[in-house]
Design a protein around this ligand. Sequence first.
Ligand code: ATP
Ligand code: MG
Length: 392
Amino acid sequence: MKEIILLKLGEVVLKGLNRHSFEETLRKNIRRRLNRVGAFDVRERQSTIYVSPRDESTDLFTAQEKLSQVFGVASLTRACEVEKNMDAILNAAAEYLRVPLSGVKTFKVESKRSDKRFPLKSPQICSEAGGFLLSKFPNLKVDVNHPDYIVRIEVRDTAAYVHGNAERGAGGIPVGTGGKAAILISGGIDSPVAAWMMARRGAELTAVHFASPPYTSERAEQKVRDLLAKVGDWAGRIKMYTVPFAKVQEQIMANCPEELFTVIMRRLMMRCSEKIARSEGCGALITGESLGQVASQTMQAMVCTDAAAQMPVFRPLIGMDKRDIIDIANRIDTYELSILPYEDCCTVFTPKHPRTKPGLKFVEKAEEALDCDALVEECVQNAKTTMITPEG
Ligand code: ATP
Ligand code: MG
């Protein structure tokens, strides 16, 4: 019995003229994700992608797990592929779905016939299959309204497919179809979630992390790499820039009013990130900020940070509640890593009373005490890069 994985496309199907390139990117992402699992044929027909292992011993459980992290897929299921005749379809249904059908009390059959030459119409396929399965499984009754289990039969162009309920896919649109953007990533809870959300909207990611050795440790940097590897399971490979930031912070401490320390530091982060982002061909910056969460995330403070960059700054978490952010962090398995108590450069130098409503003019004036261009140039020159590749 041949088993394959069927993927139903999500929003990709809505994209009109771009549809072709969306689907091509999606197929490429699927192939890349399955690279280490085995050899597969990946082809697309009628808003469905067929992923067939070339070798029967391929681990489809792992393949499905990986595919559930591919953006652009609305739902996915393993399915049994059979010849297009009723005998083959009925036997496959009884055999392939034997375990789930033995464990439930009610079921129904749904069928789709996209090959209109097939002699039976959908309602006839359903009633034949229903009758056959009732005769094979004495535990079963038909319930068309609230069945415990739904047997699905699809008669398509070259074969028929039998499967049970499909699993919900990762949603979103394929990574790489939404341009490239640079995520400012800390070791906190929020920025990995922000990265994931923008990758889900098709953005390919580059990451920028500010580290402040000797005030911050190597294991704090390792934590950020580990977080990015988790995000990379969904977003693909991510090039990470680690920017040494201690000198900038010392200069701000020495030359600017303490209450403006945070906002000026964030403006310098924006400048460095924008420079790196441009060199990487990115069109936007991403941060994990959320309105009102801390002093630097008031509207006035964000006006000041935005003014330091020409590029648009995407803040996908801006209107989200912390609990909702944590739910996503758990879903993408970054939460436990994020709460490890390693120091972040932002927590090393924190003013006692940061100004929550800084005026831009006032901030710009205070910044004149620094040679910002030279500091940014030096940071970018000294940045180190690491390629983060997905874990599995
Ligand atoms: P997070 O949980 O992402 O750290 P946060 O709520 O702790 O966010 P801040 O520490 O004020 O908030 O940081 C706000 C945003 O600034 C972060 O979401 C991230 O995008 C960026 N950021 C903060 N620290 C760093 C860092 N060390 N390197 C790169 N970006 C950073
Ligand atoms: Mg933080």
